[in-house]
Design a protein around this ligand. Structure first.
Ligand code: 16G
Ligand code: ZN
Length: 536
């Protein structure tokens, strides 16, 4: 207790206005970096408890604010398999962080220890990393103090992408077991991806240059490092890395990156878009991916998370069929309400695959995707991955092929199992997946975009007095409160062709979001404005 008290005094929590609390939201604790030092310290205490509760398995902590401005930062906990912190524990995180004094912090810590029956004699292990934000340095110092004051063993992996930290957590916990996820090092991550990439490409050609905008974040140096691991004699992959300046923190995510491209629906102004070049953007911590190109005729064409999802589902579905596993391996796609209706139609009607809709936030999608043998999940914003069950991976490895084509499909599926990050959405891994699929199909981005036409859509942010009044049901597609609001939205939607609209409270800021889609751009805009007025 003394150790925690003394250390906590060095990392005070900034008190909020009366009645306000810090909350562990969809992205952990995220806010202006100068509020986070005490929070980071206290997250260290929780990570120790969580590790001890899980018998000393390694827990991860990632310091990042992803696509948010450079002045923000965030602290997020990663569970032993590399997935997000178990939902029940979000409450405990909130309780520790909101303890008003150092003494009360110790009280909460002790109470959690007793209530959760945690044996403090079990060794605790925590691994952590941070993105390129300058504030990260101070936050990991506070975190390390929290870990030391609770006598946890820890490894500081310094600067990493978020998915790399998730990889390291899983690799640490599976080391030396039959389910080993890979070598426990950053190099191990690169080696695993490069090896699987070569196997998945199977000698096919990657056409032209890929220009990758790295949001001036951690993805830049990490992608450049990864590229060194691709054997040039086996795959020729011409990548031009742009917006990879991490030395000027103020330009992080500024007019570039996946969130900029998706929300502004245009290419980053720098470097000047070259017509026809295949481009993609990562976000500030490299867990989101958006593809696009500047077209001399149609202007800008974007291929977002829904497109990556349908591309992956189509390719993997075909492989499973060629591999003769159609009856054994159940494939499903998981989306949120933001998924373009055209993508949902394409997946259900053309690909004939089931689609499940969940509330926003990776943890929800991930969880539902685990219910399939192959679960494809992406948010429209470009965050997502494909999960393979142990049964599916065994089937790829152990099925006796009856023809060269079947062998080829099985080998490609097995390679994808290693190429695709199984812990969380990973922009670098997802980008390699897209490149593999385009190479196999010998497709350009235009061919990919031709598979279906997106419904015009509009997303607006609405300032409201109290966003908590807006409660949803049906995976956020309908409002249950305030009463009557949903009826009004239904009336508005009825006035437009092929229309759909919903309103939900943001999980990351104090506002509501309204999404609308309809047969034409002007109708989508009009509907969005109408619904915005209803909830204002
Ligand atoms: C968080 C989520 C992201 C989601 C976004 C929605 C994770 C790791 N991140 O950033 O998936 O799309 O919140 O934000 O789950 P909103 O609730 O403000 O619309
Ligand atoms: Zn991110």
């Amino acid at each position: 207790d003394r150790a925690i008290l003394e250390a906590s005094a060095r990392h005070p929590i900034v008190p909020l206005e009366k009645g306000k609390f810090y909350t562990y939201g969809t992205a952990g604790f995220r806010m202006k970096a100068d509020l986070l030092e005490g929070i980071s310290f206290r997250v260290g205490l929780l990570a120790s408890l969580r590790s001890r509760k899980l018998n000393g398995q390694a827990i991860g902590v990632m310091i990042t604010a992803s696509h948010n401005p450079a002045a923000d930062n965030g602290v997020k906990i990663v569970d032993p398999l590399g997935d997000m912190l178990e939902q029940d524990w979000e409450r405990y995180a909130t309780a520790l962080v909101n303890a008003p004094s150092d003494e009360q912090l110790v009280e909460v810590y002790n109470r959690l220890t007793t209530d959760l029956k945690i044996d403090l004699k079990i060794p605790a292990k925590v691994v952590y990393g941070r993105d390129t934000r300058p504030s990260g340095h101070k936050l990991v110092t506070a975190l390390a103090d929290g870990l030391e004051s609770t006598k946890a063993e820890y490894v500081d992996y310094k600067i990493l992408t978020t998915p790399q930290l998730h990889y390291l957590v899983r690799a640490t916990n599976s080391e030396g077991t039959p389910l080993s996820y890979g070598k426990v090092s950053e190099v191990g991550y690169y080696e695993k991806l490069a090896e699987a990439f070569v196997r998945a490409i199977r000698g096919r050609r990657i056409n032209g240059t890929l220009q990758v905008d790295c949001a001036n974040g951690v993805g830049g140096p990490k992608l450049s490092e990864f590229l060194k691991y691709i054997p040039k004699d086996k795959v020729s992959f011409d990548v031009k890395v742009v917006n990879d300046d991490v030395l000027r923190p103020e330009i992080l995510n500024l007019d570039c990156g996946a969130d900029f491209v998706k929300t502004k629906q245009r290419a980053p102004p720098i470097p000047k878009p070259q017509p026809g070049v295949r481009c993609c953007s990562l976000d500030g911590d490299a867990d989101r991916l958006i593809y696009y190109w500047a077209d001399p005729e149609s202007g800008f064409v974007m291929l977002d998370g829904d497109r990556i999802s349908s591309l992956a589902a189509s390719f993997i579905g075909d492989l499973v069929e060629s591999a003769g596993l159609k009856d054994e391996v159940r494939i499903g796609v998981v989306q949120t309400a933001y998924a373009n209706g055209a993508s949902t139609n394409y997946i259900t009607q053309h690909l004939k695959l089931p689609v499940i809709c969940t509330p926003t936030g990776v943890k929800h999608l991930h969880h539902v995707a685990q219910g399939f043998d192959i679960g494809v999940y992406f948010e429209a914003n470009g965050h997502g991955t494909v999960l393979f069950s142990p049964d599916a991976l065994n089937a790829f490895k152990n099925t006796e092929p009856q023809s060269p084509a079947q062998k080829d499909a099985l080998d490609t599926l097995a390679a994808l199992g290693d190429l695709i990050n199984q812990t969380v959405g990973d922009a670098i891994s997802d980008m390699l997946l897209v490149e593999v699929i385009l190479a196999h199909k010998n497709w350009t981005l235009r061919d990919w975009a031709m598979t279906y036409a997106d419904l015009p859509n509009r997303l607006v942010r609405v300032e409201v007095g109290n966003k908590d009044l807006f409660q949803t049901t049906d995976a956020e597609r309908r409002l249950s409160h305030p009463e009557g609001a949903q009826d009004e939205i239904d009336q508005a939607v009825k006035k437009y062709k092929d229309a759909r609209s919903f309103a939900r409270a943001s999980g990351t800021e104090n506002a509501c979001r309204v999404y609308a889609e309809a047969a034409s751009r002007s109708e989508a805009n009009e509907l969005a404005e109408r619904v915005a007025r209803i909830i204002e």
